[in-house]
Write a protein that binds this ligand. Structure first.
Ligand code: NAP
Length: 534
């Protein structure tokens, strides 16, 4: 059995950042990941076309400006391979590789109140003890395998975009993709030219706005380096932590012609995220504004897609309120003869047979089925780990209280255990959010270590206060219930996975800027809401 000051689970963006921050404090730290490589989600999601659609370009961790000089950023939207390489470079640059144990999955972690020590047990039989436990396991980790009638009868391969770690031969195959979120849309566009036929099976059609991916020029890069701090200010003031302009103007406060001009301009030149969080400030809060934007999108779909039947099937029948999907050439791809859409709302799903997917219209014969059905959001990431706190397990606590936290960083009853991108985290460009959480956690640990020294080495416990957690969760739920996203069924409320139940407040829906503000304010007030005891 070995002892370290801190154990960090996960070697993606969250794990690496926290490993580094805690090492900077002079602590002994050990990182673990069940994957054979560093990279987190960018290791698991190697499906064709996997690309960061949100970070828009090259801003990841603000401490690594030097990496911006390298050649890993050929395009504005970084490919999966680029992100994976970036994370491996970070690990190398900061000498973290030797601290990370790969191919090692955490099975259980338990807190002993008598010794104030965590014990972590791994699938290879190793047992490690530590004072601090950081769970950087991601909010999108465990694949969502929906119960689909007959899927086990299908005689061809079934792949899932969330566990795609090798390349499969799809050439000349008839492929069915179930699910049309970001993953389903990206893979569709990227395999269309290689396969014999691809059909997108959609439970709910979703708006897809283009993003202008193109090579990053030397001038552009030089400009980014020169204005690095200003760009980060933009990120910190953007609701989804992106380096995009953000205005509060209500959409209906300008003339229809002006709205049209602005939206047309985004379509042709800017990140598709600008529709939800960019030029107008109320697309996510005003139904009238949102419906107006839907009309604009509907017109675009009808202009681009040539077959009127496909237009009908691709046109969503709900507000623009899911996690925005942004991708170029999405609607254009449906003009290819070998690309089709099945909308279950028009022709309901009946069953999967050994030869394909049957709807009420017909049997669609397939060689391969791809599940692009997303993740068991948030709690799924923790479900396979048996985590015991002071009095009960995390799953027992969450079964009773809902999937909850304080500040998305800690939970009552689980001292010295911290989440990265856990429940109630904001959605968006995750690295800045991870920095905010990691900096807060390392600040608290620095304080605890100082107190420990002053206490003659007696361990100090950091634990979320019950009242603070209640206030935070009430706020998260109030924000979620008041948001327009509530009108649309989506994983944002935790309700598309096998856990199923609607869970308002599973994410923080008031944007990254407000989240960052809440975390910084708590830090300024000496980590308000967390108790330090020994
Ligand atoms: P997702 O957004 O959760 O989409 C899942 C899709 O599967 C939806 O279209 C959903 O339909 C469908 N689905 C779920 N269960 C189904 C069932 N039983 N039958 C038929 N369809 C079903 O998953 P994702 O696309 O993998 O994305 C997951 C997260 O990763 C999102 O936050 C996404 O934005 C993010 N992501 C980011 C990037 C990036 O570039 N940064 C790339 C990929 C993914 P409904 O809409 O009807 O629920």
């Amino acid at each position: 059995m070995s002892f370290v000051d801190a154990i960090v689970i996960g070697a993606g963006f969250g794990g690496l950042y926290n490993l580094l921050k805690l090492k900077e404090l002079g602590l002994s730290v050990r990182g673990f990941d069940k994957a054979p490589e560093i990279g987190g989600t960018w290791y698991w999601s190697q499906y064709p076309g996997a690309t960061s659609d949100s970070a828009s370009e090259i801003y990841r961790f603000r401490f690594n400006k030097d990496l911006l000089q390298t050649d890993e950023w050929p395009n504005h939207y970084v490919s999966q391979q680029g992100s994976l390489q970036y994370l491996k470079n970070i690990a190398k640059l900061y000498d973290l590789e030797k601290d990370i144990q790969l191919n090692t999955k955490l099975i259980s972690a338990s807190f002993d109140s008598a010794s104030s020590i965590w014990t972590a047990t791994f699938d290879n039989g190793e047992v490690w003890k530590s004072t601090y436990l950081i769970l950087a396991v991601g909010c999108f980790h465990t694949p969502n395998y929906p119960k689909i009638t007959g899927l086990d009868k299908f005689k061809g391969p079934v792949y899932h975009t969330a566990v795609w770690t090798e390349q499969y031969d799809l050439k000349n195959k008839r492929v069915g993709i179930i699910g049309n979120g970001s993953s389903g849309a990206q893979i569709l566009v990227n395999i269309a030219d290689d396969v014999k036929q691809v059909i997108s099976f959609q439970r709910s059609a979703q708006y897809v706005a283009p993003h202008p991916n193109k090579p990053v020029s030397a001038e552009y890069r030089a400009n980014v380096n020169k204005n690095y701090d200003e760009i980060w200010k933009m990120v910190d003031n953007h609701p989804t932590a992106m380096p995009l302009e953000h205005q509060a103007t209500p959409a209906m406060s300008v003339s229809p012609e002006e709205r049209e001009r602005i939206w047309e301009d985004i379509w042709n030149k800017k990140s598709g995220f600008s529709y939800m969080y960019g030029v107008f400030g109320d697309i996510h809060s005003s139904e009238e504004a949102n419906k107006e934007l839907c009309k604009f999108f509907n017109k675009k779909i009808a202009q681009i897609v040539e077959d009127p039947e496909k237009v009908k099937k691709l046109t969503p029948n709900e507000l623009y309120g899911k996690r925005p999907v942004t991708l170029s050439n999405y609607y254009e791809t449906f003009n290819k003869k070998n690309v089709d859409i099945v909308n279950y709302q028009h022709t309901p799903f009946v069953e999967v047979t050994e030869n394909g997917i049957r709807t009420t219209e017909k049997l669609h014969e397939l060689d391969v089925i791809i599940l692009a059905t997303g993740f068991e959001v948030v709690d799924g990431s923790y479900a396979t780990i048996d985590i015991s706190g002071r009095n009960e397990t995390l799953s027992q606590q969450w079964a009773r209280d809902g999937v909850s936290s304080y500040l998305s960083i800690g939970d009552t009853g689980f001292p010295n255990m911290f989440f990265i991108a856990g429940p109630q985290s904001p959605l968006g460009n995750m690295p800045p959010m991870i920095e905010t959480q990691g900096t807060f956690i390392s600040g608290m640990i620095a304080k605890a270590e100082k107190l420990k020294k002053e206490n003659g080495g007696k361990p100090v416990l950091i634990e979320a206060d019950t009242e603070a957690k209640k206030g935070w969760m009430d706020l998260c739920r109030q924000i979620a219930n008041g948001s327009l996203f509530r009108n649309v069924k989506s994983y944002i409320f935790g309700n598309n996975g096998p856990r199923g139940e609607d869970n308002p407040g599973i994410f923080w829906l008031a944007g990254y800027t407000n989240y960052r503000k809440a975390v910084l304010e708590a830090a300024e007030k000496d980590y308000a809401g967390f108790k330090f005891s020994s």
